[in-house]
Design a binder for this molecule. Sequence first.
Ligand code: PRP
Length: 213
Amino acid sequence: MNDYITIALTKGRLADQTMKLLGEAGYYCEELKDKSSRKLIFVNEEQKLRFFLAKGPDVPTYVEYGAADIGVVGSDIIMEENRRVYEVLDLGFGKCRMCVCGPEEARELLRHHEMIRVTSKYPNIAREHFYNRKHQTVEIIKLNGSVELGPIVDLGDVIVDIVETGSTLRENGLAVLEEVCPVSARMIVNQVSMQMKTRRIREIMANVRDCLE
Ligand code: PRP
């Protein structure tokens, strides 16, 4: 398998956009287009490429341990997981913003640096934002999804989450209270693969980069 390049894709919309971009760059995988398939790994024998689909937070793990040479994942997840990988390209899609959100009343709690409760799928990003950037002591509660529920059912005062269209916030009576950082899809590379498979990885990076311009 050493002459293959293995690429970990984030399941869902990001995978579709990634395959479109890779297609433009000249890398294909017909099998991946079959949405009814339950297969987890797809091979392009001709180009010596393997693709697999994983949950976002697992993509940097596969790449750090070398189970994948390359990964495509959101910068939100890269920041949260803090794995030892090289981040090599901003792919420009999957754009959204990491924000502190909540009901309007929570604005005052933030302004006065009150001891508030924060619910989030991103506890490390929340900690970095409140503790290191704002110097505000908060209690962080990790959730795994539908984080907007937190302030609604009084589990917490605010959330730290990604906002794309803003419709989830609007429909639940919440607003953006603070911006943490912009988010977009990134290409990451295993540090050993970068040394051992330099030529092929550089070629993929260059062909993908050409499609971004
Ligand atoms: C994400 C995010 C927000 C929503 C933001 O959730 O956590 O809930 O999308 O998008 P919007 O601004 O366009 O409404 P996701 O759909 O991934 O589901 P989850 O909350 O269950 O993880």
